[in-house]
Design a protein around this ligand. Structure first.
Ligand SMILES: *[C@@H]1O[C@H](CO)[C@@H](O)[C@H](O)[C@H]1NC(C)=O
Length: 343
């Protein structure tokens, strides 16, 4: 520090003590969002001065470092009034203490009075979640107790008026867990309480609410949309326990003998059904073909009632991941008078 700077500071200090800088600081506490024109306090009264003297000494407010003209002096009454709406959140954000400072100047003798205005938070903001919709894709094989994290809600208010609790819309499958995280945030999790079953429910929708404190509690919500993903847990099911067909021994090659059908409740590749012969004699294999996709059984060889009046085979249906079930197909070959009578 230079020498002349030191003197300057000393000199300023001397003036300050003569002019009674801290003689009578005034401090007021008001809630944010007061209507313009509202009275914060009466300055001459609070300073113990007559209104006449107050104005004779050319009282005025210096707005100082805050460039927003939030408050002013009413020149008739000496009331300190709100000029502009004060939004605590805009002014101070997450700071717990929000103070506006003003300086009151009086002349002859020169007097400065500091006025501080403590702005209290009112519950004017609702909690809100970072997104409107949380999409969860959960495999139906997920076990009870599995946890799914959801982002916490925020509220621009502070203290009591910020988010206090969470609640989950009643639903059959999930319960809520809210824990304090190490960094001061909340850990919000949905816990699977009852296992999912895609064949019963493919989508679940329910709301998660965040509720703040304060007098008139406000809440915000987010929709949780759970899509239940298929775990291949269903084997194909044949529409009949067995199939019967009959055809004349002189039936044409390529005749459709029968068609089997199995369906699978699973989705996608888990639900695609492929048919195959499971138990079939070598002889029958030469006579019948099975279309793996359609389940159609066609004649590909010649029949003879006299040697083989009946065929029996098993067909199985399997899905993309190998779950299978089977069914029986019985084919009767009917006699056609193809042998000349033996006399
Ligand atoms: C089973 O499926 C086959 C092939 O599509 C069809 O011909 C038959 O009528 C079905 N049976 C029943 C009981 O629906």
């Amino acid at each position: 520090m230079k020498k002349d700077q030191k003197y300057l500071i000393f000199f300023t200090y001397m003036i300050a003590s003569f002019t009674n800088v801290d003689a009578a600081d005034l401090s007021y506490t008001i809630p944010e969002e007061m209507r313009p024109g509202s009275i914060v306090g009466n300055i001459p009264k609070d300073l113990g001065l007559g209104v006449g003297e107050f104005f004779k000494r050319k009282a005025r407010i210096d707005i100082g470092e805050n460039d927003h003209h939030f408050c002013d002096l009413d020149l008739k009454t000496g009331n300190f009034i709100i000029k502009k709406r004060i939004d605590r959140e805009e002014l101070c954000g997450e700071k717990m203490s929000c103070v506006l400072r003003f300086e009151l100047v009086l002349e002859s003798p020169l007097e400065l009075h500091r006025i501080s205005l403590l702005i209290q938070d009112i519950n004017d903001n609702s909690p809100h979640f970072p997104e409107d919709l949380v999409k969860l894709e959960i495999h139906e094989s997920a076990v009870r107790g599995t946890r799914y994290r959801v982002n916490e809600a925020h509220d621009s208010d502070v203290g009591q008026n910020t988010v206090r609790e969470y609640s989950l819309e009643k639903n059959e499958h999930f319960v809520l867990s809210v824990q304090d995280d190490t960094d001061g945030s909340k850990k919000i999790e949905l816990i699977l309480d009852k296992e999912l079953d895609r064949e019963k429910e493919q989508d679940l929708n329910f709301a998660l609410f965040a509720i703040d404190g304060g007098n008139l509690r406000k809440s915000g919500s987010v929709t949780i949309k759970v899509t239940v993903l298929d775990a291949n847990d269903n084997a194909p099911v044949f529409n009949q326990t067995f199939y019967k067909a009959s055809l004349p021994e002189n039936a044409q090659i390529d005749t459709v003998v029968a068609a089997v059908k199995a369906t699978d409740a699973d989705e996608g590749v888990n639900g695609e059904v492929i048919y195959e012969f499971s138990r079939i004699t070598e002889k029958a294999k030469k006579v019948f073909s099975l279309n793996g996709k359609t389940g159609e059984i066609r004649l590909i060889g010649t029949l003879d009632f006299e040697t083989d009046p009946k065929y029996e085979m098993r067909i199985y249906a399997k899905d993309g991941y190998g779950l299978s079930s089977d069914s029986k197909l019985m084919i009767d070959v009917t006699d056609v008078n193809d042998n000349a009578p033996i006399i």
